[in-house]
Design a protein around this ligand. Structure first.
Ligand code: DAH
Length: 343
């Protein structure tokens, strides 16, 4: 007769039948509970019942039960390991990354070349002690002309092809009106620059646009002279172009300054030798400037006996054209990315 020790406990078959359909960790835990739970487990109950047996039978039955318990535990662990392995494989499959797929392409924007030059001009001015101001693009006749000593009927009005709006308003033809607006609000000393958009009734071509950009400058204090104007603009232009840029002043006329001047720089392309850009002259006209006209000071209530000052105005677009050797102004406004990406 076989010893009971070698016989597999009948619970083993039950367990195998129960284990067969188990398909997940949750069910497996429930199954473990059913057989091995300390309080309710079928194997545990059997072990507790050993007490009722005779000492001899007890030890044999005990060994058999312990063997059963070990087999159950091993079978549970094996199945648990299979589940884990399956889960892991599944995770690898679903989270697979195809490193050969093309990446996302982010287009990085940049500052427009005009804005870059605008900023550079502002930065130079701020380093020189100027404050950056701005003013409205829709202006009144008073600020755009009258207060700048350009009364109705003055021939200088005809030079500026003005775009008029309703109610006697207009699109400012220059940044000079911000001189007046600032002086009305602030007492001297004053050191301001005013970059901004300006408008003129011009047909678009390689050198004209109905909208373009200027930067105005104004210095007012006691004892300001023409030497200050020359020195300031020379420093500014050398910073903006290059240290070996030469600057010259030619007498000119603007109603709001006296004396007035046009300012030239030595040609940045031929260093003054004469080329296509400077039309052989060696010089390039870059801005208008002058000593603020006493009448302008009177318009804003400044004491023109006590204060003197100088002002200048230049085209930002023109400077950008020169700096980047762009000979057609229209390129700045067409927003063709093939052009813009170069800056
Ligand atoms: N406002 C003038 C223009 O648009 C430029 C200018 C010339 C401004 C002389 C000034 C100046 O402040 O003093 O043509």
């Amino acid at each position: 007769m076989k010893s009971s020790q070698d016989e597999v406990h009948p619970l083993w078959d039950d367990f195998c039948r129960d284990l067969e359909p188990v398909s997940g960790s949750g069910e497996l835990t429930a199954l473990k509970d059913k057989y091995l739970s300390r309080s309710r487990g079928l194997v545990s109950l059997e072990l507790r019942n050993l007490k009722a047996l005779s000492p001899q039978n007890r030890s044999e039955a005990g060994r058999q039960l312990n063997a059963l318990k070990a087999r159950v535990q091993a079978a549970l662990s094996k199945r648990q390991a299979e589940f884990k392995e399956r889960e892991h494989r599944l995770q690898l499959e679903t989270e697979q990354i195809d490193v050969t797929l093309p990446g996302y392409h982010f287009v990085q924007g940049g500052l427009h070349p005009l804005r870059q030059v605008w900023r550079e001009m502002e930065e130079i001015s701020v380093r020189m002690g100027f404050t950056v101001m701005s003013g409205p693009e829709v202006e009144s006749d008073y600020y755009n002309f009258e207060a700048l000593n350009i009364p109705t009927g003055h021939p200088a009005r005809d030079d500026q092809d003005t775009l008029y709006l309703a109610n006697k308003l207009l699109l400012r033809t220059h940044t000079s009106p911000v001189q007046i607006r600032t002086m009305e609000k602030q007492d001297p000393p004053l050191r301001i620059v005013v970059p901004g958009r300006v408008y003129r009734r011009d047909a678009t071509d390689a050198t004209h646009s109905p909208m373009f950009h200027q930067m105005e400058g104004l210095v007012v204090d006691e004892g300001i002279t023409l030497a200050d104007l020359k020195g300031t603009l020379e420093v500014f232009l050398k910073e903006l172009f290059s240290a070996d840029t030469r600057v010259r002043f030619r007498p000119s006329y603007f109603p709001f300054v006296e004396p007035g001047a046009e300012v030239d720089i030595s040609c940045i392309f031929c260093a003054g030798e004469g080329c296509r850009v400077c039309k052989g002259s060696g010089w390039i006209e870059i801005m208008g400037a002058g000593m603020v006209h006493p009448r302008v000071f009177q318009m804003v209530g400044y004491d023109s006996e006590k204060y003197t000052g100088f002002a200048w105005g230049m085209g930002i677009d023109r400077i950008a054209q020169l700096k980047h050797q762009v000979d057609d102004l229209r390129l700045f406004f067409e927003n063709d990315l093939r052009f813009l990406r170069q800056f």
